[in-house]
Structures are given as C-alpha cells and as structure tokens.
Ligand binder design. Sequence first.
Ligand SMILES: [Zn+2]
Length: 326
Amino acid sequence: MHAFLFIGPPGSGKRGAARAFSAALICPNGGCGDCPSCHDVLAGRHPDVVFVERHGASILVDEAREVTQLAQRTPRYSRLQVLVLADFHLVDRAAPALLKTIEEPPATTVIIVLADTRAPALVTIASRCVEVEFSPLDVESIAGALRADGATEEDALAAALAANGRLDRARLLVGDPGFATREARWRSVPEQLDGTGAVVATLAAELLAATDELLVVLTEHQEAELASADAAAELAGERRTPGRRAIEERHRREQRQVRTDELRAGLATLAAAYRSRLGTEKLAARRAVSLVAACQEIDAAAAHLSRNPNEMLLVQALLLRLDESN
Ligand SMILES: [Zn+2]
C-alpha cells in the first residue's frame, strides 16, 4: 500500500506526524531520527519529501494534475519520495483527476493525504488509502509535547490549557511572552467598562492590538519554514523554491486562523470572567440575569467570528452591549 490518509481536526498534529512518518520511510536506517536524511526531512528541507499546498479556496484540477506529474518523478537522494497532500477535505472536483495516482502510485512514490474532515469528495480517495485517525489532543498530551520541546512545567500547562486541543496553537503560545498579559487584559474587561463609549473604544483597540502580538511569533516560525524550503531548493540545485508561493499563501491563511483563534480564546476568557462572578458574587436576581445575558452576548460574538466579520466592529459592539448590562 502506497497511500495513506491522515484525518483529524485542525491542530491534531497531522503535519508533524506526516513529517516524522516521511523521515522514517526514506531514512536509510529505517527511521533512526539521527542521520542527515532524517534531520533534513524533520527540518522541512529534504528534496524527496514534498508538501503540496493549495493555492485557492479548494484544490484545483490543475493542482491535482501537478501531483500526478510529481508522483512520476524519480527520487533524488533516497529510495522513495513522499508527497504530502495538504487540506484534502477541500479536494472537491479535483478528486477524480487523482484517483488513479493515489490508487497506484509509482513504486518509488508514497502519498500521504491530509484532511480535517471526511468531505464527500474525499470518500473515493479515502477508500484507496490506509487511514490513520487523529483526535483533538487533551491538555496533558499537549503539555507533554511542549515539555518535550523544552518548555517549563508551568509554561507548558498554561499554554496547553489555552490551546483548545490544538498543538500548533499551544506551540505558538508557549513561545509568546505576551500570552499571560493578554489573558489578564480580557479578564479585566468587566471592571474597566464604566458606561462611557470612550472606554469601549480604547479597550477594543487595545484588545485587538494585543491579538496582533501573537502574529509576530507566528511570522518568525513562518520565516524559518521558508528559509528551510529555500535551503532545500538550493541543495537540490533548483533556481527557485518549488511551491514557494503556495507556502506563502498557506502562511497568510495561518495568520488569519491564528487571529481568529486568538480572538475566540480572548472571548472565552471574557465569558469565564462573567461566569465566575455568577458563581461567587452574592447576587440580586436582576444582576444574575444580566451576567447570564453577558455570557450569551459573548457566545454569540464568538459564533459570529467564523463568518469573517470586521473584528473591530464586532468587539466594539460586544463591549457596548456588555457595558449596558454591567
Ligand atoms: Zn535516519
């Protein structure tokens, strides 16, 4: 069998697993983790392990044909080459163009398909792959992975708790000095609201500016990845890095995703701040009602985030409503 499907929610570690699995497949020592081949694969700069990224909102038929061509290539340095096909829950109408390649790739090509969900268009492809399911990670597994990366016990746990089952997000948070301050900022919103629009405007601007801080950390990771890809291309004697534009496009998607996740986490912290008052304050009935209403407003705003709203307007409108019920 020469095709695998790694399927599971975003952040469940599929990409990292695909990298490690590829390293094992092409390592001359059966996956030692120590030889130059393993090092290059794990660093994302081995020419025989290619991550194929999409360019648009879904996988295009042309991109599928490109995969078929790539699959015919002879490996440069190894016995095998590995093609990792990213985001294939978005395979859509490109699926038929790939069926034959995935069913019967050349003997020197192994294909790993990555998908977040079992989309209908993916079903025929899935039936030709060995499936490996990934689940959202629990806090302890995430913390364990962060400790293995070198994080302290305390940092690992804090980042794991705030990562909502996503190891990629936890890895960002653990390297982010502003993480704790940002959480504290969201938690203090109820005390700061004073019934004036000016405070709402200032708070909204501060909260969104703080969200951008995390992007600085992400950008560093992304620049390192591009540098690795460039190094791989140079090693392979290519004048240009293959797929560089697709990587850059994925990076922009990741930036949007990280912003949304960070805002969602901020809103969850804010909701928790109201909820804890509900539990601890000696409340008049009317006050309890307004705290519950606040939690509902926050949940509604969080749900709205998936529809790509204007974030500043969303946060301002939310804070205004919370201010009224404060
Ligand atoms: Zn090795």
